[in-house]
Design a protein around this ligand. Structure first.
Ligand SMILES: NC(=O)C1=CN([C@@H]2O[C@H](COP(=O)(O)OP(=O)(O)OC[C@H]3O[C@@H](n4cnc5c(N)ncnc54)[C@H](OP(=O)(O)O)[C@@H]3O)[C@@H](O)[C@H]2O)C=CC1
Ligand SMILES: CC(=O)C(=O)O
Ligand SMILES: [Mg+2]
Length: 645
């Protein structure tokens, strides 16, 4: 188990001393990503996730006792050298990070979450890796470890304790963490993701034990590239970044927003099969305007009010530039939970130069469109036959509205300006209408239709008479009984989506939607609700959450080597997700498939997204694989333990 660390350098200069000469002695056989190195060290490995092949010759050389080196496909074919540490390219006056390679064994191996197997180390491995006596004699299977962990986690009554137990496991034994998450996805998702991750962010300072992810604060201005180089993994493929200003529907949580990128990336691995070492969670700390946090002795971020304007823009620009410089053109950057006054601008600014997407605007749009396409099977008619009303006209609301309008336009050949007229949005000041145009933020302007001003949602429902009601306000219990009864009074099957997270912010509960509509609502929510029994029938609400989309979308982008995200990819992802809803789901009133099949679903989404990337000429991984679905499925990370020689 070859791991890369700086402590070995600090403890033993001769090890690091061997790094540079080592490079010199083995031109073409350079140390590259530690993740690949780990795989090289495992006897059975021949391919790492997302395609890079570990050369059989390297494996053979290792078996034959050659030095511990890695040769990736690129290096072997071109004979070139990937200077992942920046050491070769650094001039004499530039500082370099003294990364060193070492083989983890004994106590260090047990403390290395990437390689630790706990009691699952075999007797042979215990002998080979100096583990004798460091573990009790029993040898158990990974399945038994999963069973035991589930037993422990289920004993915790409080969700945050379950969250902490999961985070602890992730820090201790990564493969076991992912096996648990994958094998028990329906049960574990609400723990590592919404709603519990919301509570975890609110309490992040108090529960903080070991840091996860990379913190980039104003203190690091001018040194972000250096900071990126402190991260131990070098082959990063996906970054989820937040500045913590709009964490779920919980507002500005500053640096405590880190729980979100960490959680989202664990889903990239568990749901989308992207290997964990390729994932980098980042929190940009520009301060917080949350007074409670500023006065909280356990707050872990900068104690200052948020930087804005040029100072903010410069830090973000330095980050975006450094990411590209360090990880190349094709690293995927997912913007997450930024406030809308930055989110739209960042997406517009970097959408043309980087592989970026905003999950709250685009991922959410794609998942909701998928649900609506599926819902049409229950409601009847086409998308263009529907009238949509949103509560909330921010990132999620206008993002969804725009994608629906785009899909309608494609289906009907009507101009976008026309299809938008089927869609109405209410914000905190009431219905968005033309008389408000001048004072509206730019992303609301396309929705300012001709209409008398309306102040309340109930009035808007009664006036617009929507067939579909979508909550993206971040404010709980805003779909009141009157609102639900009103929409149910003129729709046989009203579609009601309460998208706001976490559960406390949901516009209504599943029980309220079914009861107040007398069992006629087609309901889905951002955070999960349990099944509801109403007048003897059981209704199973779906979860309209971007977690259905971003892991598969990301995998498709990586697989194809896409260089940009295109709206047609979001539409392709929606169609792929909608096609996975079965008759059995419909019979239960669901417009989304269960998360139990999510890896299969993500593979389908990835294949369609990748196909679209090739079709649009945005794919760089050539030639196009013949069977993209097989390619997606076979490249997924496996949480099963590997054998160590
Ligand atoms: N299910 C999912 O997958 C996703 C869910 N979400 C959830 O959606 C919610 C909103 O996120 P996002 O769009 O990014 O947030 P934004 O802050 O961008 O938008 C919120 C919108 O809600 C409006 N609003 C706030 N309070 C009220 C109110 N009392 N009545 C009417 N409108 C109100 C705001 O009005 P104004 O503009 O006037 O201030 C604004 O237009 C969050 O809870 C988030 O968790 C987000 C992404 C994905
Ligand atoms: C799900 C999500 O991305 C959000 O609530 O912000
Ligand atoms: Mg989000």
């Amino acid at each position: 188990m070859i791991s890369l660390n700086r402590s070995s350098f600090l403890n033993n200069k001769s090890i690091s001393g061997s790094c540079s000469p080592f490079l010199g002695r083995h031109r073409g056989l350079v140390p590259s990503a530690p993740s690949s190195l780990k795989i090289v060290a495992a006897v059975s490995s021949d391919r790492d996730l997302n395609g890079s092949v570990v050369m059989e010759s390297t494996l053979k050389a290792l078996r034959d006792g050659a030095s511990v080196v890695e040769m990736d496909a690129k290096t072997a074919v071109a004979g070139g050298v990937q200077d992942v540490y920046g050491e070769d390219t650094a001039t004499e006056d530039q500082l370099v990070t003294p990364w060193a390679l070492s083989v983890a064994s004994g106590y260090t191996l047990l403390r290395d979450p990437h390689h630790n197997k706990g009691l699952a180390f075999t007797d042979k491995e215990r002998d080979a890796h100096y583990l004798r006596g460091l573990l009790p004699p029993s040898v158990v299977s990974q399945e038994l470890q999963v069973k035991k962990m589930m037993h422990i986690i289920r004993q915790y009554q409080v969700p945050i304790q379950r969250y902490m137990a999961m985070m602890d496991l992730q820090e201790r034994n990564e493969k076991l963490f992912y096996k648990l998450l994958i094998d028990h996805v329906e049960e574990m998702l609400p723990i590592v993701y919404t709603p519990t991750v919301g509570e975890a962010c609110q309490k992040y300072g108090s529960i903080f034990s070991r840091p996860q992810g990379l913190y980039i604060s104003l203190k690091e201005k001018g040194r972000i590239l250096e900071v990126l180089r402190n991260w131990p993994e070098k082959n990063i493929q996906v970054i989820v970044v937040t500045d913590g200003e709009r964490i779920l529907g919980l507002g500005d949580l500053g640096c405590h927003g880190m729980g979100i990128p960490v959680g989202k990336l664990s889903l990239y691995t568990a749901l989308g099969g992207v290997r964990p070492s390729a994932c980098l969670p980042v929190t940009i700390d520009v301060g917080t305007n949350n007074e409670k946090l500023l006065n909280d002795e356990f707050y872990i971020g900068l104690r200052q009010r948020r930087a804005t304007g040029q100072e903010y823009a410069e830090l973000l620009h330095e980050f975006m530039t450094a990411v590209k410089q360090n990880y190349g053109e094709k690293v995927l950057i997912q913007f997450e939970d930024f406030a809308n006054h930055n989110a739209f601008d960042l997406l517009a600014k970097y959408g043309t130069t980087h592989l970026v997407f905003n999950d709250d605007i685009q991922g959410t749009a794609s998942v909701v469109l998928a649900g609506l396409i599926a819902a049409l099977k229950l409601v009847g008619g086409t998308l263009a036959d529907q009238r949509f009303l949103f509560l909330g006209a921010g990132e999620a609301g206008t993002g969804i509205a725009e994608l629906i309008a785009l899909e309608m336009s494609k289906q009907t050949n009507m101009p976008l300006e026309e299809t938008r007229k089927n869609i109405w949005l209410v914000d905190s000041k009431g219905l968005i209408v033309s008389s408000r145009r001048e004072s509206l933020q730019h992303f609301k302007k396309p929705w300012a239709h001709e209409h008398e001003p309306i102040k309340t949602l109930l009035e808007a429902v009664n006036d617009i008479k929507p067939t579909v009601l979508i909550g993206t306000s971040g404010v709980g219990r805003t779909f009141t009984r009157e609102v639900v009864e009103a929409i149910a009074s003129f729709n046989e099957k009203p579609v009601i989506l309460s998208l706001s997270n976490p559960t406390s912010q949901s516009e209504c509960t599943a029980e309220e939607a079914y009861t107040w509509s007398k069992g006629r609502a087609i309901f889905a929510s951002g955070s999960p609700f349990p099944p509801v029994e109403y007048e003897g029938k059981v209704y199973v609400p779906g979860q309209a959450n971007n977690a259905y989309i971003f892991p598969g979308l990301g995998l498709g982008l990586l697989m194809s080597g896409a260089i940009r995200v295109h709206d047609d990819m979001l539409l392709a992802a929606s169609q792929a997700l909608a096609s996975q809803v079965t008759q059995d789901d419909f019979d239960n009133g669901r417009i989304y498939p269960p998360f139990t099949n999510i890896r299969k679903i993500s593979a389908h989404i990835a294949a369609k997204v990748a196909a679209k990337a090739y079709e649009l000429g945005l794919a760089s991984r050539l030639p196009q694989p013949r069977d993209l679905l097989h390619c997606a499925e076979s490249s997924m990370y496996s949480p099963s333990y590997r054998s160590y020689r």
